[in-house]
Design a protein around this ligand. Structure first.
Ligand code: MRU
Length: 347
Protein backbone atom coordinates (compact mmCIF):
# COMPACT_ATOMS: atom_id res chain seq x y z
CA UNK A 1 0.00 0.00 0.00
CA UNK A 2 1.29 3.42 -0.86
CA UNK A 3 0.15 5.24 2.25
CA UNK A 4 0.51 4.80 5.98
CA UNK A 5 -2.63 5.08 8.07
CA UNK A 6 -0.91 5.27 11.44
CA UNK A 7 2.65 5.00 12.66
CA UNK A 8 4.53 5.22 15.95
CA UNK A 9 7.70 7.26 16.33
CA UNK A 10 9.30 7.49 19.72
CA UNK A 11 7.83 10.86 20.58
CA UNK A 12 4.62 10.94 18.55
CA UNK A 13 1.87 9.09 16.71
CA UNK A 14 1.64 10.00 13.04
CA UNK A 15 -1.56 9.66 11.06
CA UNK A 16 -2.68 10.55 7.58
CA UNK A 17 -5.37 13.22 7.95
CA UNK A 18 -8.47 11.46 6.58
CA UNK A 19 -10.50 14.67 6.67
CA UNK A 20 -8.39 16.09 3.86
CA UNK A 21 -8.24 13.11 1.51
CA UNK A 22 -8.36 12.68 -1.42
CA UNK A 23 -7.21 16.15 -2.46
CA UNK A 24 -4.45 16.57 0.13
CA UNK A 25 -2.16 13.93 1.63
CA UNK A 26 -1.15 15.49 4.93
CA UNK A 27 0.36 13.60 7.86
CA UNK A 28 -0.53 14.83 11.35
CA UNK A 29 1.82 14.43 14.30
CA UNK A 30 0.13 13.82 17.69
CA UNK A 31 2.63 14.47 20.47
CA UNK A 32 0.31 13.88 23.44
CA UNK A 33 -2.42 11.39 24.30
CA UNK A 34 -4.87 14.31 24.32
CA UNK A 35 -3.98 15.05 20.71
CA UNK A 36 -4.51 11.39 19.78
CA UNK A 37 -7.93 11.49 21.48
CA UNK A 38 -8.82 14.64 19.57
CA UNK A 39 -7.68 13.03 16.30
CA UNK A 40 -10.08 10.12 16.92
CA UNK A 41 -12.95 12.43 17.90
CA UNK A 42 -12.39 14.70 14.87
CA UNK A 43 -11.98 11.71 12.52
CA UNK A 44 -8.45 12.49 11.43
CA UNK A 45 -8.31 8.75 11.95
CA UNK A 46 -11.48 6.65 11.75
CA UNK A 47 -12.66 3.11 11.11
CA UNK A 48 -13.14 0.64 13.96
CA UNK A 49 -9.80 -1.22 13.96
CA UNK A 50 -7.79 1.95 13.23
CA UNK A 51 -9.23 3.79 16.21
CA UNK A 52 -8.38 0.79 18.40
CA UNK A 53 -4.78 0.99 17.23
CA UNK A 54 -4.71 4.77 17.69
CA UNK A 55 -6.06 4.50 21.24
CA UNK A 56 -3.41 1.90 22.15
CA UNK A 57 -0.65 4.15 20.77
CA UNK A 58 -2.17 7.17 22.53
CA UNK A 59 -2.09 5.26 25.80
CA UNK A 60 1.56 4.33 25.23
CA UNK A 61 2.34 8.00 24.54
CA UNK A 62 0.53 9.06 27.70
CA UNK A 63 2.18 6.36 29.81
CA UNK A 64 5.63 7.65 28.79
CA UNK A 65 4.91 10.97 30.46
CA UNK A 66 3.56 9.64 33.78
CA UNK A 67 5.57 10.68 36.83
CA UNK A 68 4.95 8.25 39.66
CA UNK A 69 6.84 6.71 42.56
CA UNK A 70 4.75 3.57 42.97
CA UNK A 71 2.80 1.30 40.67
CA UNK A 72 -0.44 2.37 42.36
CA UNK A 73 0.28 6.04 41.54
CA UNK A 74 1.27 5.07 38.01
CA UNK A 75 -1.86 3.01 37.43
CA UNK A 76 -4.19 5.71 38.73
CA UNK A 77 -2.87 8.11 36.09
CA UNK A 78 -2.68 5.35 33.45
CA UNK A 79 -6.34 4.46 33.98
CA UNK A 80 -7.30 8.12 33.62
CA UNK A 81 -5.48 8.27 30.27
CA UNK A 82 -7.17 5.04 29.13
CA UNK A 83 -10.60 6.39 30.06
CA UNK A 84 -9.89 9.67 28.27
CA UNK A 85 -9.22 7.75 25.04
CA UNK A 86 -12.23 5.47 25.59
CA UNK A 87 -14.45 8.56 25.80
CA UNK A 88 -13.82 9.65 22.21
CA UNK A 89 -16.35 7.64 20.17
CA UNK A 90 -19.05 5.28 21.48
CA UNK A 91 -20.00 2.78 18.75
CA UNK A 92 -16.93 0.91 17.47
CA UNK A 93 -16.17 -1.70 20.10
CA UNK A 94 -12.58 -2.13 18.89
CA UNK A 95 -11.78 1.08 20.76
CA UNK A 96 -12.91 -0.41 24.09
CA UNK A 97 -11.34 -3.75 23.22
CA UNK A 98 -7.95 -2.03 22.74
CA UNK A 99 -8.28 0.10 25.88
CA UNK A 100 -9.25 -2.95 27.98
CA UNK A 101 -6.32 -4.91 26.57
CA UNK A 102 -3.93 -2.07 27.44
CA UNK A 103 -5.33 -1.86 31.00
CA UNK A 104 -5.07 -5.61 31.51
CA UNK A 105 -1.53 -5.66 30.12
CA UNK A 106 -0.42 -2.98 32.55
CA UNK A 107 -1.84 -4.82 35.56
CA UNK A 108 -0.28 -8.10 34.44
CA UNK A 109 3.14 -6.44 34.28
CA UNK A 110 2.96 -4.41 37.48
CA UNK A 111 6.11 -6.01 38.84
CA UNK A 112 8.29 -4.84 35.93
CA UNK A 113 9.18 -1.46 37.50
CA UNK A 114 7.78 1.79 36.18
CA UNK A 115 10.40 2.72 33.55
CA UNK A 116 10.48 -0.82 32.15
CA UNK A 117 6.68 -0.95 32.22
CA UNK A 118 6.49 2.14 29.99
CA UNK A 119 8.60 0.34 27.38
CA UNK A 120 6.49 -2.82 27.64
CA UNK A 121 3.30 -0.77 27.21
CA UNK A 122 4.70 0.78 24.04
CA UNK A 123 5.58 -2.69 22.75
CA UNK A 124 2.04 -3.90 23.44
CA UNK A 125 0.59 -1.00 21.44
CA UNK A 126 2.91 -1.82 18.54
CA UNK A 127 1.83 -5.46 18.81
CA UNK A 128 -1.83 -4.46 18.43
CA UNK A 129 -0.84 -2.52 15.30
CA UNK A 130 1.12 -5.41 13.81
CA UNK A 131 -1.50 -8.02 14.68
CA UNK A 132 -4.22 -5.96 12.99
CA UNK A 133 -2.36 -6.10 9.71
CA UNK A 134 -2.04 -9.91 9.96
CA UNK A 135 -5.70 -10.23 10.96
CA UNK A 136 -6.78 -8.30 7.88
CA UNK A 137 -4.71 -10.48 5.60
CA UNK A 138 -6.39 -13.53 7.10
CA UNK A 139 -9.85 -11.97 6.71
CA UNK A 140 -8.89 -11.46 3.06
CA UNK A 141 -7.74 -15.07 2.70
CA UNK A 142 -10.93 -16.42 4.29
CA UNK A 143 -13.25 -14.15 2.31
CA UNK A 144 -11.66 -14.36 -1.12
CA UNK A 145 -13.25 -17.75 -2.03
CA UNK A 146 -16.68 -16.12 -1.62
CA UNK A 147 -15.92 -13.68 -4.44
CA UNK A 148 -16.59 -15.18 -7.88
CA UNK A 149 -14.46 -14.23 -10.83
CA UNK A 150 -16.07 -11.30 -12.60
CA UNK A 151 -17.99 -10.17 -9.48
CA UNK A 152 -19.37 -6.67 -9.27
CA UNK A 153 -19.20 -5.78 -5.61
CA UNK A 154 -20.97 -2.99 -3.77
CA UNK A 155 -19.36 -1.59 -0.62
CA UNK A 156 -20.47 1.12 1.77
CA UNK A 157 -18.23 3.51 3.73
CA UNK A 158 -14.53 2.69 3.97
CA UNK A 159 -13.45 -0.60 5.52
CA UNK A 160 -10.03 -0.47 3.91
CA UNK A 161 -6.42 0.15 4.72
CA UNK A 162 -7.40 3.59 5.98
CA UNK A 163 -9.82 2.09 8.50
CA UNK A 164 -7.28 -0.40 9.86
CA UNK A 165 -3.54 -0.77 10.36
CA UNK A 166 -3.51 -1.62 6.64
CA UNK A 167 -5.08 -3.87 3.96
CA UNK A 168 -8.61 -3.55 5.34
CA UNK A 169 -11.49 -5.86 6.26
CA UNK A 170 -14.16 -5.57 3.53
CA UNK A 171 -11.56 -4.07 1.20
CA UNK A 172 -9.12 -6.75 2.46
CA UNK A 173 -11.41 -9.40 0.99
CA UNK A 174 -11.63 -7.37 -2.22
CA UNK A 175 -7.83 -6.94 -2.29
CA UNK A 176 -7.28 -10.68 -1.74
CA UNK A 177 -9.68 -11.54 -4.58
CA UNK A 178 -7.89 -9.06 -6.83
CA UNK A 179 -4.47 -10.46 -5.83
CA UNK A 180 -5.80 -13.95 -6.66
CA UNK A 181 -6.25 -12.71 -10.23
CA UNK A 182 -10.04 -12.40 -10.19
CA UNK A 183 -11.50 -9.73 -12.41
CA UNK A 184 -13.62 -7.73 -10.05
CA UNK A 185 -15.30 -4.35 -10.16
CA UNK A 186 -16.14 -2.39 -7.03
CA UNK A 187 -19.07 0.01 -6.71
CA UNK A 188 -18.38 2.45 -3.88
CA UNK A 189 -21.32 4.22 -2.23
CA UNK A 190 -20.29 7.81 -1.60
CA UNK A 191 -21.46 7.49 2.06
CA UNK A 192 -23.03 10.75 3.13
CA UNK A 193 -22.43 12.76 5.19
CA UNK A 194 -18.70 12.22 5.82
CA UNK A 195 -18.12 10.79 2.32
CA UNK A 196 -15.85 7.92 3.31
CA UNK A 197 -16.78 6.10 0.10
CA UNK A 198 -16.17 8.98 -2.30
CA UNK A 199 -13.12 10.37 -0.55
CA UNK A 200 -11.42 7.29 0.93
CA UNK A 201 -12.58 4.02 -0.66
CA UNK A 202 -12.36 5.38 -4.21
CA UNK A 203 -8.94 6.87 -3.42
CA UNK A 204 -7.36 3.78 -1.92
CA UNK A 205 -8.75 1.37 -4.53
CA UNK A 206 -7.56 3.59 -7.35
CA UNK A 207 -4.10 3.70 -5.77
CA UNK A 208 -4.05 -0.11 -5.90
CA UNK A 209 -5.43 -0.20 -9.46
CA UNK A 210 -8.57 -2.07 -8.38
CA UNK A 211 -11.43 -1.05 -10.71
CA UNK A 212 -13.87 1.16 -8.83
CA UNK A 213 -16.98 3.10 -9.82
CA UNK A 214 -18.32 5.77 -7.50
CA UNK A 215 -22.09 6.07 -7.03
CA UNK A 216 -24.18 8.20 -4.68
CA UNK A 217 -25.92 6.35 -1.85
CA UNK A 218 -29.37 6.63 -3.42
CA UNK A 219 -28.25 4.83 -6.62
CA UNK A 220 -27.62 1.41 -5.04
CA UNK A 221 -31.17 0.12 -5.64
CA UNK A 222 -31.12 1.28 -9.24
CA UNK A 223 -27.96 -0.69 -10.03
CA UNK A 224 -29.16 -3.76 -8.12
CA UNK A 225 -32.41 -3.79 -10.07
CA UNK A 226 -30.47 -3.54 -13.32
CA UNK A 227 -28.54 -6.70 -12.33
CA UNK A 228 -25.27 -4.82 -12.06
CA UNK A 229 -24.36 -5.86 -8.48
CA UNK A 230 -23.48 -9.48 -7.62
CA UNK A 231 -22.70 -9.13 -3.93
CA UNK A 232 -22.33 -6.61 -1.12
CA UNK A 233 -19.50 -6.58 1.38
CA UNK A 234 -19.14 -4.13 4.25
CA UNK A 235 -17.15 -3.76 7.47
CA UNK A 236 -18.53 -3.49 11.00
CA UNK A 237 -18.19 -1.35 14.10
CA UNK A 238 -19.81 -3.76 16.54
CA UNK A 239 -21.41 -7.16 16.08
CA UNK A 240 -23.80 -8.39 18.79
CA UNK A 241 -23.97 -12.04 19.90
CA UNK A 242 -26.88 -12.75 17.51
CA UNK A 243 -25.01 -11.30 14.49
CA UNK A 244 -26.83 -7.94 14.36
CA UNK A 245 -24.21 -5.57 12.97
CA UNK A 246 -23.62 -1.88 13.53
CA UNK A 247 -21.87 -0.20 10.63
CA UNK A 248 -21.86 3.18 8.92
CA UNK A 249 -25.25 4.85 8.52
CA UNK A 250 -26.88 3.61 5.32
CA UNK A 251 -25.62 0.04 5.62
CA UNK A 252 -29.05 -1.16 6.78
CA UNK A 253 -30.76 0.31 3.70
CA UNK A 254 -28.22 -1.41 1.45
CA UNK A 255 -28.85 -4.74 3.22
CA UNK A 256 -32.63 -4.47 2.78
CA UNK A 257 -32.17 -3.63 -0.91
CA UNK A 258 -29.80 -6.56 -1.33
CA UNK A 259 -32.40 -8.94 0.15
CA UNK A 260 -35.07 -7.58 -2.20
CA UNK A 261 -32.81 -8.33 -5.16
CA UNK A 262 -31.50 -11.69 -3.89
CA UNK A 263 -27.96 -10.39 -3.62
CA UNK A 264 -25.71 -11.90 -0.92
CA UNK A 265 -24.72 -9.45 1.81
CA UNK A 266 -21.45 -10.13 3.67
CA UNK A 267 -19.85 -8.51 6.71
CA UNK A 268 -16.06 -8.68 7.14
CA UNK A 269 -14.63 -7.91 10.58
CA UNK A 270 -12.00 -9.01 13.09
CA UNK A 271 -12.96 -10.94 16.24
CA UNK A 272 -12.25 -7.74 18.19
CA UNK A 273 -15.41 -6.26 16.62
CA UNK A 274 -17.59 -8.92 18.28
CA UNK A 275 -19.37 -7.80 21.41
CA UNK A 276 -20.87 -10.99 22.80
CA UNK A 277 -21.96 -9.12 25.94
CA UNK A 278 -24.74 -7.62 23.84
CA UNK A 279 -27.52 -10.05 23.00
CA UNK A 280 -28.80 -8.04 20.04
CA UNK A 281 -28.11 -4.90 18.06
CA UNK A 282 -30.72 -3.00 20.06
CA UNK A 283 -28.14 -2.59 22.83
CA UNK A 284 -25.46 -1.02 20.62
CA UNK A 285 -24.93 2.70 21.37
CA UNK A 286 -25.21 4.81 18.23
CA UNK A 287 -23.05 7.91 17.98
CA UNK A 288 -24.84 11.13 17.09
CA UNK A 289 -22.46 13.52 15.36
CA UNK A 290 -22.31 17.23 14.73
CA UNK A 291 -25.16 18.76 12.69
CA UNK A 292 -22.64 20.61 10.56
CA UNK A 293 -21.66 17.35 8.85
CA UNK A 294 -25.17 17.33 7.34
CA UNK A 295 -25.74 21.03 6.72
CA UNK A 296 -22.34 21.60 5.10
CA UNK A 297 -20.11 19.91 2.56
CA UNK A 298 -16.67 21.08 3.60
CA UNK A 299 -17.07 24.85 3.95
CA UNK A 300 -20.17 25.09 1.75
CA UNK A 301 -23.54 25.41 3.44
CA UNK A 302 -26.18 23.28 1.69
CA UNK A 303 -29.15 23.68 4.07
CA UNK A 304 -31.07 26.64 5.46
CA UNK A 305 -29.79 28.34 8.60
CA UNK A 306 -31.34 26.87 11.73
CA UNK A 307 -32.87 23.77 10.06
CA UNK A 308 -33.46 20.83 12.43
CA UNK A 309 -30.96 18.05 11.73
CA UNK A 310 -30.39 14.46 12.86
CA UNK A 311 -27.02 12.83 12.28
CA UNK A 312 -26.69 9.26 13.57
CA UNK A 313 -23.30 7.98 12.40
CA UNK A 314 -24.23 4.27 12.38
CA UNK A 315 -27.19 1.95 11.95
CA UNK A 316 -27.77 -1.69 12.82
CA UNK A 317 -28.38 -4.33 10.18
CA UNK A 318 -30.48 -7.17 11.64
CA UNK A 319 -28.81 -10.59 11.37
CA UNK A 320 -31.50 -11.92 8.99
CA UNK A 321 -30.09 -9.80 6.16
CA UNK A 322 -26.52 -11.09 6.58
CA UNK A 323 -25.42 -14.16 4.65
CA UNK A 324 -22.08 -14.60 6.43
CA UNK A 325 -19.61 -12.86 8.71
CA UNK A 326 -16.01 -13.20 7.56
CA UNK A 327 -13.39 -13.11 10.33
CA UNK A 328 -9.67 -13.87 10.59
CA UNK A 329 -10.54 -17.23 12.15
CA UNK A 330 -13.07 -18.32 9.57
CA UNK A 331 -16.46 -17.60 8.04
CA UNK A 332 -19.60 -17.82 10.18
CA UNK A 333 -22.94 -18.35 8.50
CA UNK A 334 -26.43 -17.76 9.90
CA UNK A 335 -27.73 -18.65 12.46
CA UNK A 336 -24.92 -16.70 14.12
CA UNK A 337 -25.25 -17.21 17.89
CA UNK A 338 -23.44 -20.55 18.17
CA UNK A 339 -21.02 -19.83 15.33
CA UNK A 340 -19.87 -16.48 16.73
CA UNK A 341 -19.45 -17.88 20.22
CA UNK A 342 -17.43 -20.77 18.82
CA UNK A 343 -15.18 -18.64 16.66
CA UNK A 344 -14.55 -16.07 19.43
CA UNK A 345 -13.27 -18.86 21.67
CA UNK A 346 -11.14 -20.46 18.94
CA UNK A 347 -7.37 -20.29 19.56
O1 MRU B 1 -17.39 6.83 11.26
P1 MRU B 1 -16.33 5.93 10.72
O2 MRU B 1 -15.72 6.40 9.45
O3 MRU B 1 -15.31 5.59 11.78
O4 MRU B 1 -17.12 4.59 10.39
C1 MRU B 1 -16.42 3.52 9.83
C2 MRU B 1 -17.25 2.36 9.46
O5 MRU B 1 -18.44 2.34 9.66
C3 MRU B 1 -16.53 1.17 8.92
O6 MRU B 1 -17.31 0.49 7.98
C4 MRU B 1 -16.18 0.22 10.08
O7 MRU B 1 -15.54 0.91 11.10
C5 MRU B 1 -15.34 -0.92 9.64
S1 MRU B 1 -13.70 -0.42 9.28
C6 MRU B 1 -12.77 -1.78 8.91
Amino acid sequence: MSFTTIEWTDDAVIMIDQRLLPTREVYVKCRTYQEVAEAIREMIIRGAPAIGVAAAMGIALGAKGIKAGTFEEFYREYERICDHLAGTRPTAVNLFWAVDRMKRFCLENKKAGIERLKVLIKEEALRIHKEDLEINRNIGKNGSPLIPNGARILTHCNAGGLATAGYGTALGVIRAAHEAGKEIEVFADETRPFLQGARLTAWELMKDHIPVTLITDNMAGYFMKKGMIDLVIVGADRIAANGDTANKIGTYSVAVLAREHNIPFYVAAPISTLDLSMKSGDEIPIEERNKREVTHVFETQIAPDGVKVLNPAFDVTPNRYIKAIITEKGVVEAPFDEGLKGIAGKG
